[in-house]
Design a protein around this ligand. Structure first.
Ligand SMILES: *[C@@H]1O[C@H](CO)[C@@H](O)[C@H](O)[C@H]1NC(C)=O
Ligand SMILES: *[C@@H]1O[C@H](CO)[C@@H](O)[C@H](O)[C@H]1NC(C)=O
Ligand SMILES: *[C@@H]1O[C@H](CO)[C@@H](O)[C@H](O)[C@H]1NC(C)=O
Ligand SMILES: *[C@@H]1O[C@H](CO)[C@@H](O)[C@H](O)[C@H]1NC(C)=O
Length: 400
């Protein structure tokens, strides 16, 4: 469904190697970063859907970055039913039995040219194996009578605790991020992450492709809302939601970023496409929401959309941009809202920092995020014009 860390990464790496084979930097293969399983996971009740211990990958910082920490929460859709969670148990998104070492690229890379501002930080990728954006707290029963563990919230807490024992407790600067479902998790836990550190530590959050909007699909149904509603109830995510929102709204509504960002007090950067390819494919125009094949080639490649379809996409953009008003008005927040047909732009070199990366104000995402994090510019808030206005959008950007 949404982003899977490993395979698109390999694919994009290959692409990058082919594209930039003249550059010695791109041609060097990033090293694999080993998987670490959480210690005492079962005793802590912090387990993947199948009851196995969750895992993460830690790439140690060095030099001036030795006391800085970047925590990245992996994404990969959600599971909203016993059946879909049961299927997930048999994959790396539901069990550490299937997890392997990963390559760190883009914002996760330890190479200066690929990641000028964060390459020497301690960088942690937390694997996503709970199916509910690190937010669930319940036990379920699988079809065969065995248990299904919905323990995302405990995974979040236990992993943060363990990282504290590995040096994060003396962090000088920290950044919580993630992509897609993991990006939503970064928003959910942003203020909690901030609270782990003393006030003089600089702590910020970055949401990449997690700005899911509560928009109707083509048939007029709120299919994303039903999906979220099912997750919220199946996995019991209440505890992870802002109390202020729960006081007057239902938990499903509170799970959407438009509500979440109202309560976040930590400086946050929202990176998202106005035409988020995952949302267009799965929330605006999911299969079954339109007759026949009318939308299939448009969903596959935005260049194939008819002018009527483009108008519908502009409607989606309008709603997304209007919901970002809250973030626009917040001091110390940052925005990079491009008009490229893409999804998850930080963990890939090609979109993070390359000759074909999307640019706004002539800045790449890497420059914009760095400028915002380190306060190198007064304000970093870009909202792009309408598709196809931006000549830096490439069809080779990740859309998974
Ligand atoms: C679960 O999500 C799928 C799409 O991913 C959808 O077809 C199905 O209706 C959803 N089930 C519930 C109970 O919301
Ligand atoms: C939607 O339909 C297309 C082709 O018609 C298929 O390739 C794709 O897997 C379907 N997507 C989902 C989520 O079922
Ligand atoms: C997009 O349109 C081009 C030219 O009309 C066509 O060759 C291509 O197959 C289409 N792509 C998809 C994914 O439908
Ligand atoms: C855009 O930035 C690049 C360097 O990143 C620079 O070479 C180029 O001159 C800039 N273009 C404009 C129009 O400012």
């Amino acid at each position: 469904m949404a982003t899977e860390l490993l395979s698109p990464l390999l694919l994009l790496l290959l692409l990058a190697v082919v594209t930039f084979s003249c550059s010695p930097v791109a041609a060097r293969t990033p090293e694999l970063v080993e998987l670490t399983l959480l210690a005492g996971a079962r005793e802590k009740g912090a387990v993947c859907l199948d009851g196995s211990p969750p895992g993460y990958h830690l790439q140690r910082g060095f030099g001036s970055g030795a006391h800085n920490w970047l925590v990245y929460l992996q994404g990969g859709g959600w599971c909203n039913t016993t059946e879909s969670c049961s299927e997930r148990k048999m994959t790396e998104f539901g069990s550490s039995k299937f997890m392997e070492a990963v390559e760190f690229t883009g914002m996760l890379s330890n190479r200066h040219q690929e990641n000028p501002d964060f390459h020497n930080w301690n960088i942690v990728v937390v694997r996503y194996c709970d199916g509910a954006s690190f937010a669930g707290d319940a036990d379920g029963e699988d079809l065969d009578g065995t248990k299904l563990f919905f323990r995302g919230l405990h995974i979040w807490e236990a992993v943060v605790d363990e990282l504290m024992t590995k040096g994060m407790d003396t962090a000088k600067q920290a950044l919580l991020t993630g992509c897609s479902a993991g990006s939503l998790a970064a928003l959910l836990h942003c203020d909690n992450f901030r609270k782990q550190f003393p006030q003089d530590v600089s702590v910020k959050c970055l949401s990449d492709a997690g700005f899911f909007i509560d928009e109707k699909d083509l048939s007029g149904e709120r299919s994303l809302r039903s999906l979220i509603n099912a997750i919220v109830h199946l996995q019991n995510v209440r505890e992870a939601l802002p109390k202020g929102c729960l006081a007057n709204k239902d938990p499903t509504e509170c799970f959407f970023p438009a509500e979440l960002i109202k309560s976040i007090s930590t400086p946050t950067f929202i990176l998202n496409s106005e035409y988020d390819s995952w949302q267009i494919r799965n929330a605006l125009a999911p299969n079954g929401s339109y007759p026949g094949q009318a939308w299939s080639s448009c969903k596959a490649d935005i260049r194939n959309c008819s002018s009527t379809q483009i108008d519908v996409l502009h409607g989606f953009r309008k709603k997304l941009v209007s919901e970002l008003k809250v973030a626009e008005d917040k001091k110390d927040w940052g925005l990079f809202i491009d008009s490229c047909f893409t999804h998850c732009q930080t963990p890939f070199r090609i979109s993070w920092i390359s000759r074909i990366s999307p640019r706004l104000g002539n800045k790449t995402i890497a420059e914009s995020v760095g400028d915002w994090y380190f306060g190198r510019r007064e304000e970093v808030k870009y909202i792009d014009c309408k598709y196809p206005c931006n000549p830096t959008c490439s069809s080779r950007l990740p859309t998974a």
